[in-house]
Design a protein around this ligand. Structure first.
Ligand code: SAM
Ligand code: SF4
Length: 329
Protein backbone atom coordinates (compact mmCIF):
# COMPACT_ATOMS: atom_id res chain seq x y z
CA UNK A 1 0.00 0.00 0.00
CA UNK A 2 1.61 3.25 -1.15
CA UNK A 3 0.02 6.56 -0.19
CA UNK A 4 -0.13 9.69 -2.41
CA UNK A 5 3.16 10.94 -0.94
CA UNK A 6 5.03 7.76 -1.82
CA UNK A 7 5.06 6.40 1.75
CA UNK A 8 4.60 2.67 2.12
CA UNK A 9 1.94 1.86 4.70
CA UNK A 10 3.07 -1.30 6.47
CA UNK A 11 2.00 -0.76 10.06
CA UNK A 12 -1.52 -1.00 11.49
CA UNK A 13 -2.51 -0.09 15.02
CA UNK A 14 -5.84 -1.37 16.18
CA UNK A 15 -7.75 -0.05 19.16
CA UNK A 16 -9.65 -3.19 20.16
CA UNK A 17 -11.73 -1.43 22.80
CA UNK A 18 -12.27 2.15 23.93
CA UNK A 19 -12.72 0.95 27.52
CA UNK A 20 -10.08 0.93 30.20
CA UNK A 21 -9.55 0.03 33.84
CA UNK A 22 -7.60 3.29 34.36
CA UNK A 23 -8.58 6.93 33.84
CA UNK A 24 -5.23 8.61 33.16
CA UNK A 25 -5.66 12.36 33.52
CA UNK A 26 -4.13 13.22 30.14
CA UNK A 27 -6.14 10.56 28.31
CA UNK A 28 -9.65 10.42 29.73
CA UNK A 29 -12.01 12.40 31.89
CA UNK A 30 -13.20 10.65 35.03
CA UNK A 31 -16.68 10.13 33.65
CA UNK A 32 -16.23 8.77 30.19
CA UNK A 33 -19.07 7.77 27.94
CA UNK A 34 -18.03 4.64 26.12
CA UNK A 35 -19.33 3.25 22.88
CA UNK A 36 -22.42 1.09 23.05
CA UNK A 37 -21.28 -2.53 22.84
CA UNK A 38 -23.42 -3.04 19.73
CA UNK A 39 -21.27 -0.56 17.78
CA UNK A 40 -18.06 -2.40 18.55
CA UNK A 41 -16.76 -4.98 16.08
CA UNK A 42 -16.71 -8.57 17.25
CA UNK A 43 -13.34 -10.26 17.69
CA UNK A 44 -14.06 -12.26 14.53
CA UNK A 45 -14.70 -9.05 12.61
CA UNK A 46 -11.51 -7.50 13.97
CA UNK A 47 -9.63 -10.59 12.84
CA UNK A 48 -11.10 -10.29 9.36
CA UNK A 49 -10.19 -6.61 9.14
CA UNK A 50 -6.64 -7.11 10.43
CA UNK A 51 -6.19 -10.02 8.04
CA UNK A 52 -7.33 -7.85 5.13
CA UNK A 53 -4.61 -5.35 6.01
CA UNK A 54 -2.02 -8.12 6.25
CA UNK A 55 -3.12 -9.35 2.82
CA UNK A 56 -2.67 -5.80 1.53
CA UNK A 57 0.87 -5.46 2.83
CA UNK A 58 0.81 -4.68 6.55
CA UNK A 59 3.86 -6.27 8.19
CA UNK A 60 3.45 -5.03 11.72
CA UNK A 61 0.31 -5.10 13.82
CA UNK A 62 -0.11 -3.51 17.22
CA UNK A 63 -3.19 -4.00 19.37
CA UNK A 64 -3.97 -1.14 21.71
CA UNK A 65 -6.99 0.62 23.19
CA UNK A 66 -8.35 1.73 25.66
CA UNK A 67 -6.75 -1.14 27.48
CA UNK A 68 -6.51 -4.08 25.05
CA UNK A 69 -6.15 -6.68 27.82
CA UNK A 70 -9.49 -5.78 29.44
CA UNK A 71 -11.47 -6.79 26.38
CA UNK A 72 -13.16 -10.09 27.09
CA UNK A 73 -11.56 -13.08 25.36
CA UNK A 74 -8.90 -10.88 23.76
CA UNK A 75 -6.42 -13.77 23.82
CA UNK A 76 -8.46 -15.52 21.14
CA UNK A 77 -7.77 -12.58 18.80
CA UNK A 78 -4.03 -12.70 19.51
CA UNK A 79 -4.08 -16.44 19.01
CA UNK A 80 -5.92 -16.24 15.69
CA UNK A 81 -3.74 -13.42 14.39
CA UNK A 82 -0.61 -15.37 15.24
CA UNK A 83 -1.26 -17.53 12.16
CA UNK A 84 0.06 -14.63 10.07
CA UNK A 85 3.33 -14.79 12.03
CA UNK A 86 3.56 -18.50 11.38
CA UNK A 87 2.93 -17.98 7.65
CA UNK A 88 5.55 -15.21 7.55
CA UNK A 89 3.06 -12.65 6.20
CA UNK A 90 3.36 -10.65 9.38
CA UNK A 91 6.73 -9.71 10.87
CA UNK A 92 5.48 -8.57 14.23
CA UNK A 93 2.40 -8.80 16.40
CA UNK A 94 2.55 -6.68 19.52
CA UNK A 95 0.57 -4.57 21.95
CA UNK A 96 0.59 -1.42 24.05
CA UNK A 97 -0.78 -1.97 27.53
CA UNK A 98 -1.08 -0.27 30.90
CA UNK A 99 0.27 -3.48 32.44
CA UNK A 100 -2.57 -4.11 34.87
CA UNK A 101 -3.43 -7.51 33.38
CA UNK A 102 0.05 -8.62 32.36
CA UNK A 103 0.61 -10.95 35.29
CA UNK A 104 -2.36 -12.92 34.03
CA UNK A 105 -1.54 -12.92 30.32
CA UNK A 106 2.24 -12.68 29.87
CA UNK A 107 2.84 -16.36 29.20
CA UNK A 108 -0.11 -16.64 26.83
CA UNK A 109 1.14 -13.64 24.90
CA UNK A 110 4.50 -15.33 24.41
CA UNK A 111 2.69 -18.46 23.25
CA UNK A 112 0.95 -16.31 20.61
CA UNK A 113 4.30 -15.28 19.15
CA UNK A 114 4.55 -11.88 20.83
CA UNK A 115 8.17 -10.97 21.46
CA UNK A 116 8.09 -7.40 22.73
CA UNK A 117 5.53 -5.12 24.27
CA UNK A 118 5.13 -1.48 25.23
CA UNK A 119 3.99 -0.78 28.76
CA UNK A 120 2.90 2.70 29.80
CA UNK A 121 4.28 3.88 33.12
CA UNK A 122 4.55 7.51 34.13
CA UNK A 123 5.64 7.27 37.75
CA UNK A 124 7.30 4.85 40.17
CA UNK A 125 5.74 6.60 43.13
CA UNK A 126 2.58 4.75 44.20
CA UNK A 127 0.69 7.88 45.29
CA UNK A 128 1.55 9.79 42.15
CA UNK A 129 0.70 6.79 40.04
CA UNK A 130 -2.72 6.66 41.65
CA UNK A 131 -3.24 10.39 41.19
CA UNK A 132 -2.33 10.17 37.53
CA UNK A 133 -4.23 7.02 36.58
CA UNK A 134 -7.07 7.75 39.06
CA UNK A 135 -7.89 4.01 39.30
CA UNK A 136 -4.56 2.25 38.82
CA UNK A 137 -2.42 0.32 41.35
CA UNK A 138 1.33 0.67 40.85
CA UNK A 139 2.10 -2.66 42.56
CA UNK A 140 -0.11 -4.54 40.18
CA UNK A 141 1.51 -2.92 37.17
CA UNK A 142 5.02 -3.60 38.45
CA UNK A 143 4.08 -7.23 39.10
CA UNK A 144 2.74 -7.39 35.55
CA UNK A 145 5.94 -5.98 34.11
CA UNK A 146 7.99 -8.48 36.12
CA UNK A 147 5.82 -11.33 34.86
CA UNK A 148 6.30 -10.14 31.28
CA UNK A 149 10.06 -10.01 31.74
CA UNK A 150 10.09 -13.47 33.35
CA UNK A 151 8.07 -14.82 30.42
CA UNK A 152 10.79 -13.58 28.07
CA UNK A 153 9.11 -10.51 26.59
CA UNK A 154 11.28 -7.54 25.69
CA UNK A 155 9.78 -4.44 27.30
CA UNK A 156 9.67 -0.82 26.31
CA UNK A 157 8.35 1.63 28.86
CA UNK A 158 6.32 4.55 27.51
CA UNK A 159 6.33 7.60 29.74
CA UNK A 160 4.31 10.74 29.08
CA UNK A 161 6.31 13.76 30.25
CA UNK A 162 4.11 16.04 32.36
CA UNK A 163 5.19 19.39 33.67
CA UNK A 164 5.16 19.74 37.46
CA UNK A 165 4.22 16.11 37.78
CA UNK A 166 6.82 13.54 36.76
CA UNK A 167 9.36 16.04 35.43
CA UNK A 168 11.67 15.33 38.36
CA UNK A 169 11.23 11.58 38.15
CA UNK A 170 12.36 11.10 34.58
CA UNK A 171 16.01 10.52 35.52
CA UNK A 172 14.97 7.87 38.07
CA UNK A 173 12.79 6.18 35.49
CA UNK A 174 15.68 6.10 33.02
CA UNK A 175 17.93 4.51 35.66
CA UNK A 176 15.24 2.02 36.64
CA UNK A 177 14.77 1.01 33.00
CA UNK A 178 18.54 0.61 32.71
CA UNK A 179 18.69 -1.60 35.81
CA UNK A 180 15.77 -3.74 34.67
CA UNK A 181 16.86 -3.98 31.03
CA UNK A 182 14.00 -2.04 29.44
CA UNK A 183 14.11 0.52 26.66
CA UNK A 184 12.15 3.68 27.22
CA UNK A 185 10.29 6.27 25.20
CA UNK A 186 9.28 9.69 26.40
CA UNK A 187 6.08 11.13 24.93
CA UNK A 188 4.82 14.69 24.78
CA UNK A 189 1.15 15.19 25.63
CA UNK A 190 -1.01 15.53 22.56
CA UNK A 191 -4.19 17.61 22.43
CA UNK A 192 -6.67 14.80 21.90
CA UNK A 193 -10.13 14.76 23.43
CA UNK A 194 -11.74 16.69 26.26
CA UNK A 195 -10.13 15.56 29.52
CA UNK A 196 -11.82 18.00 31.83
CA UNK A 197 -8.66 20.02 32.50
CA UNK A 198 -6.30 22.45 30.90
CA UNK A 199 -3.56 20.89 28.82
CA UNK A 200 -1.20 23.79 28.87
CA UNK A 201 -0.48 22.86 32.49
CA UNK A 202 0.50 19.34 31.47
CA UNK A 203 2.49 20.15 28.38
CA UNK A 204 6.23 19.72 28.83
CA UNK A 205 8.36 20.10 25.70
CA UNK A 206 10.81 17.22 25.36
CA UNK A 207 13.46 19.62 24.05
CA UNK A 208 13.52 20.97 27.60
CA UNK A 209 13.61 17.47 29.12
CA UNK A 210 16.46 16.42 26.87
CA UNK A 211 18.50 19.52 27.65
CA UNK A 212 18.14 18.78 31.36
CA UNK A 213 18.94 15.08 30.96
CA UNK A 214 22.16 16.00 29.21
CA UNK A 215 23.47 17.40 32.51
CA UNK A 216 23.30 13.87 33.93
CA UNK A 217 23.52 11.42 31.06
CA UNK A 218 25.60 11.10 27.91
CA UNK A 219 23.06 10.95 25.10
CA UNK A 220 24.17 10.02 21.60
CA UNK A 221 21.78 10.25 18.67
CA UNK A 222 21.39 6.92 16.94
CA UNK A 223 19.87 6.07 13.63
CA UNK A 224 17.34 3.54 14.92
CA UNK A 225 14.16 4.05 12.88
CA UNK A 226 10.76 2.65 13.74
CA UNK A 227 8.99 4.43 10.87
CA UNK A 228 7.21 6.28 13.64
CA UNK A 229 7.48 9.58 15.43
CA UNK A 230 10.25 8.55 17.85
CA UNK A 231 13.83 9.74 17.58
CA UNK A 232 16.30 7.63 19.56
CA UNK A 233 19.41 8.21 21.58
CA UNK A 234 21.77 5.80 23.29
CA UNK A 235 22.15 6.46 27.02
CA UNK A 236 25.80 5.68 27.77
CA UNK A 237 25.32 5.32 31.54
CA UNK A 238 22.56 2.71 31.24
CA UNK A 239 23.46 1.13 27.91
CA UNK A 240 19.79 1.36 26.83
CA UNK A 241 17.93 3.18 24.11
CA UNK A 242 15.79 6.22 24.89
CA UNK A 243 13.20 7.50 22.44
CA UNK A 244 11.62 10.94 22.22
CA UNK A 245 8.16 11.26 20.66
CA UNK A 246 7.70 14.93 19.93
CA UNK A 247 4.65 15.46 17.77
CA UNK A 248 4.40 19.08 18.80
CA UNK A 249 7.97 20.28 18.54
CA UNK A 250 9.14 18.15 15.66
CA UNK A 251 7.34 17.21 12.53
CA UNK A 252 7.62 13.49 12.06
CA UNK A 253 5.11 12.99 9.30
CA UNK A 254 7.43 12.56 6.33
CA UNK A 255 8.42 9.04 7.33
CA UNK A 256 4.97 7.95 8.54
CA UNK A 257 4.23 4.30 7.70
CA UNK A 258 1.10 3.73 9.77
CA UNK A 259 -2.66 3.92 9.90
CA UNK A 260 -5.03 3.39 12.84
CA UNK A 261 -8.20 1.40 13.14
CA UNK A 262 -10.81 1.90 15.86
CA UNK A 263 -12.88 -0.84 17.47
CA UNK A 264 -15.87 0.28 15.37
CA UNK A 265 -13.98 -0.23 12.11
CA UNK A 266 -13.15 3.41 11.42
CA UNK A 267 -9.77 3.89 9.80
CA UNK A 268 -7.84 7.06 10.63
CA UNK A 269 -5.14 7.69 8.10
CA UNK A 270 -3.47 10.27 10.39
CA UNK A 271 -3.45 10.51 14.20
CA UNK A 272 -3.75 14.27 13.97
CA UNK A 273 -6.50 14.66 11.36
CA UNK A 274 -10.23 14.03 11.42
CA UNK A 275 -10.52 12.45 8.00
CA UNK A 276 -11.45 8.79 8.32
CA UNK A 277 -12.83 5.87 6.34
CA UNK A 278 -15.59 3.55 7.47
CA UNK A 279 -14.54 -0.05 6.95
CA UNK A 280 -17.37 -1.58 8.95
CA UNK A 281 -19.93 -1.09 6.19
CA UNK A 282 -17.86 -2.85 3.48
CA UNK A 283 -16.86 -5.50 6.02
CA UNK A 284 -20.46 -6.30 6.84
CA UNK A 285 -21.82 -5.85 3.32
CA UNK A 286 -20.56 -9.17 2.03
CA UNK A 287 -18.72 -12.28 3.07
CA UNK A 288 -16.17 -11.82 0.30
CA UNK A 289 -13.37 -9.31 0.77
CA UNK A 290 -13.49 -7.38 -2.53
CA UNK A 291 -15.45 -4.45 -1.12
CA UNK A 292 -13.22 -4.30 1.92
CA UNK A 293 -10.02 -4.38 -0.12
CA UNK A 294 -11.36 -1.61 -2.36
CA UNK A 295 -12.30 0.52 0.66
CA UNK A 296 -8.81 0.05 2.16
CA UNK A 297 -7.12 1.04 -1.12
CA UNK A 298 -9.36 4.09 -1.42
CA UNK A 299 -8.60 5.14 2.18
CA UNK A 300 -4.82 4.80 1.79
CA UNK A 301 -5.19 6.94 -1.33
CA UNK A 302 -6.37 9.78 0.91
CA UNK A 303 -3.71 9.55 3.62
CA UNK A 304 -2.88 13.19 4.36
CA UNK A 305 0.60 14.62 4.27
CA UNK A 306 0.67 15.45 7.98
CA UNK A 307 -0.96 16.96 11.03
CA UNK A 308 -1.09 20.40 12.57
CA UNK A 309 -1.28 20.04 16.33
CA UNK A 310 -0.79 23.17 18.42
CA UNK A 311 -1.02 23.80 22.15
CA UNK A 312 -0.35 27.47 22.55
CA UNK A 313 -3.27 29.19 24.19
CA UNK A 314 -4.59 28.32 27.65
CA UNK A 315 -8.20 27.20 27.63
CA UNK A 316 -8.42 26.35 23.96
CA UNK A 317 -10.44 23.38 22.81
CA UNK A 318 -8.54 20.18 22.02
CA UNK A 319 -7.21 20.07 18.46
CA UNK A 320 -9.25 16.93 17.92
CA UNK A 321 -12.43 15.93 19.68
CA UNK A 322 -11.62 12.24 19.90
CA UNK A 323 -9.68 10.78 22.82
CA UNK A 324 -6.41 8.89 22.48
CA UNK A 325 -8.25 5.79 23.71
CA UNK A 326 -10.25 5.81 20.45
CA UNK A 327 -7.25 5.52 18.16
CA UNK A 328 -4.86 4.00 20.68
CA UNK A 329 -1.95 6.39 20.30
N1 SAM B 1 -4.09 1.56 27.70
C1 SAM B 1 -2.88 1.31 27.02
C2 SAM B 1 -1.75 2.08 27.60
O1 SAM B 1 -1.98 3.01 28.39
O2 SAM B 1 -0.61 1.76 27.27
C3 SAM B 1 -2.95 1.52 25.52
C4 SAM B 1 -3.67 2.73 25.03
S1 SAM B 1 -3.00 4.30 25.50
C5 SAM B 1 -4.16 5.41 24.73
C6 SAM B 1 -1.55 4.37 24.47
C7 SAM B 1 -0.53 5.41 24.87
O3 SAM B 1 -1.05 6.69 24.63
C8 SAM B 1 -0.09 5.38 26.32
O4 SAM B 1 1.31 5.27 26.38
C9 SAM B 1 -0.54 6.70 26.87
O5 SAM B 1 0.33 7.17 27.84
C10 SAM B 1 -0.57 7.56 25.64
N2 SAM B 1 -1.47 8.71 25.70
C11 SAM B 1 -2.77 8.75 26.06
N3 SAM B 1 -3.28 10.00 25.95
C12 SAM B 1 -2.27 10.79 25.51
C13 SAM B 1 -2.14 12.17 25.19
N4 SAM B 1 -3.16 13.00 25.28
N5 SAM B 1 -0.94 12.59 24.76
C14 SAM B 1 0.12 11.75 24.63
N6 SAM B 1 0.07 10.44 24.90
C15 SAM B 1 -1.11 9.96 25.34
FE1 SF4 C 1 -6.35 3.76 29.85
FE2 SF4 C 1 -4.07 3.82 28.51
FE3 SF4 C 1 -5.73 5.93 28.44
FE4 SF4 C 1 -4.44 5.39 30.68
S1 SF4 C 1 -3.52 5.96 28.72
S2 SF4 C 1 -6.65 5.84 30.51
S3 SF4 C 1 -4.33 3.20 30.65
S4 SF4 C 1 -6.13 3.95 27.63
Amino acid sequence: MIDPFGREVSYLRVSVTDRCDFRCVYCMSENMTFLPKADVLSLEELDRLCSAFVRNGVRKLRLTGGEPLVRRNIMSLFKNLSRHLVSGDLEELTLTTNGSQLAKYATELVDCGIRRINVSLDSLNADKFKELTRWGELDKVLAGIRAAKAAGLAIKINTVALSNFNEDEIEDLIRWCGDEGYDMTLIETMPLGDIGGDRIEQYLPLSKVRAKLENTFTLTDIDHKSGGPARYVDVKETGRMLGFITPLTHNFCEGCNRVRLTCTGTLYMCLGQDDAADLRAPLRASEGDDLLDAAITEAIGRKPKGHDFVIDRAGQAPALARHMSVTGG
